[in-house]
Design a protein around this ligand. Sequence first.
Ligand SMILES: C[S@@+](CC[C@H](N)C(=O)[O-])C[C@H]1O[C@@H](n2cnc3c(N)ncnc32)[C@H](O)[C@@H]1O
Length: 428
Amino acid sequence: MTDDVAPDLVEGDRVTVTVGAVAHGGHCVARIGGDHGWVVFVRHALPGERVTVEITERHRGHLRGDAVEIHSPSADRVTPPCRYAHPGGCGGCDLQHVAPRAQREWKAAVVREQLTRLARLTEDEVEALGVRVEELPGGSLGWRTRVRYAVDAAGRAGLLQHRSHQVVPVDRCLIAHPRVQSLDLLARSWPTESAIEVVTSADGEVSVSTRDAGGDAGDDARDAPGPRGVVRHGPAQVRESAAGREWHLPTEAFWQVHPSAPDVLCEVVLDMLRPAQGESVWDLYGGAGLFAAAVAGRTGGRAVVVESAPAGVAAARNNLADLRGLEVVAATVQAALTRRRLTGPVDLVVLDPPRSGAGATVVRTIARAGPRAVAYVACDPAALARDIATFRAAGFRLAALRAFDCFPMTQHVECVALLTPDGTDPTR
Ligand SMILES: C[S@@+](CC[C@H](N)C(=O)[O-])C[C@H]1O[C@@H](n2cnc3c(N)ncnc32)[C@H](O)[C@@H]1O
């Protein structure tokens, strides 16, 4: 097939295309039928390549597909280090076929595109931010300290296919931390389990939890029971160190997955906010209170962590009990702000929402609280860009943005954005 045929394509059909720009979601864009033709989101490809695409999904107005034959490879193409990273294989990594430096350029292009399209910054404004994606120490493999394996009907553990609940049995996940890879979990049979979760800490501990397929832990629950149907083998808490302190964290509490991320992100947040003695801070979507600890360590002032997950709330209360002037609010950020459990004015805000972002109501309420500066830590550049648009409409400007490759081999990127009220000097 050539690229000038009408797109009466269905799943399994093949078409040859020239691949265009990268897009948010771990794929590139190609068009069938010229500039105004159908869009195909192509995985396993690189911009500029001529590839044969096998269609995997047809939707109203666009198609999805995998590059299954590469006719003119990009100079940035490499052989994936992982043998499960291929069309129809494991969906955990999107960019194993891309050289590490080019992965970071790919992600920077996605961030720039989201800022122009969704935050509605001009090309010049985006250019002035100098967006690039910075490498973390440790290389592209062996960084993932928290891994969730799924178990198939035959009791084999593995990872999920892209956009599917289909389990791909694997004998090794190369992005998992070496301590996770050294466990024999993937060689074993799991006849009654539906998932296996592994946590390893910077301190070297390893904890494994298994989730029972029937939701019942059974008789062999050895250690402290976790949530219903979960059996933990190993410590209930792990030790981490970050922001100049030691943390004791329940294994189910959120913690940054890349071992270098907690300290790198804290340094950037401090560098952007420049906290002054006595200033107050809100750490929203605070988890164990990582950023509150970093900022309150500088200000000595009032700090509030808002976190909705019980394990995060407990971790923040236990780990930050020494910080006088710190309060942990167990609530959703929306409820804390709109039901006035948290009222301004406030000097500094850090927010680190899940992938869906904070949303317009939360952003407008933060803006009304009159902070001098906001550090927005974001794991999804599209949600970040939408929230930046709301901040801009509420009288804030995007003063700086840095991006980090906290998730090498995957499409994911972590950004930290500094937002300041219009007309103020962010360097003060
Ligand atoms: C990306 S994590 C960030 C945690 C922390 N800032 C850190 O870096 O360790 C997001 C946190 O927000 C919490 N969360 C999710 N939705 C929330 C909501 N609506 N309100 C409050 N917390 C929420 C999650 O439980 C999680 O701990």
